[in-house]
Design a protein around this ligand. Sequence first.
Ligand code: GTP
Ligand code: MG
Length: 228
Amino acid sequence: MDDETKEDVRPMQSKTLPIRNFEDVDSWETLMFLYNAALKEIGTKIDILNDEFQHIHRYNPIEHVKSRIKKPESIVKKLKKNGYESSIENMVKYVNDIAGIRITCSFTSDIYRIADMIAKQSDLKILALKDYMKHPKESGYQSYHMLVTVPIFLSDSVVDTKVEIQIRTVAQDFWASLEHKIYYKFEGNAPDFISEELKECAKIVAQLDAKMLSLNESIKKVEANASG
Ligand code: GTP
Ligand code: MG
């Protein structure tokens, strides 16, 4: 290598420290770079699972996928709510949903199938699972949450980066987005009757999901009989 090239390289190397560990990340840009990369990796994994499903079963379990990075002001708000100062260290440690991906599928059975396929991927580490279908939240909220880390392969290291995955049916998503809007409208202090009505709606959503699932099972039986 000639001297001229060496001179070009040196200042660049001294600019940023190599990233070794997720917990040691201490700059906002680096953190956002990792979260973006993590969402790309998880997004591709989900795409591939969906393609494979289509290829083998001629059936598409996923209606849509949406990913997002939490807004800086929401990160700060969450830290404050939980009694933490705004620092990069606290973000990394205590805010688990900075990188989030939401998978919306047709039937409740798809939720567990997708969760299982994700859980089986050997490069992912599962940090936490929350089954809000078996145990709905006080609000009535139902979904399946997975907190995972995905390895991000960098030039000189591999960094396991946190992503929150939410998996829900279209009906559960309908409920959650309306409830979220109402919650915001009342800044978290909705009158009791509204909270009660929303809980009632959540029960109807669960009934609808159960009914759609059993209808789908019946359709599959009819199809199997017709073809066999
Ligand atoms: P958050 O502080 O809300 O993130 O809760 P958490 O850290 O205990 O995590 P949890 O798994 O309970 O919820 C994380 C995410 O699930 C939230 O950011 C929402 O996207 C969604 N969620 C949880 N509870 C509700 C709810 O009652 N209504 C709606 N609409 N969404 C919810
Ligand atoms: Mg959240």
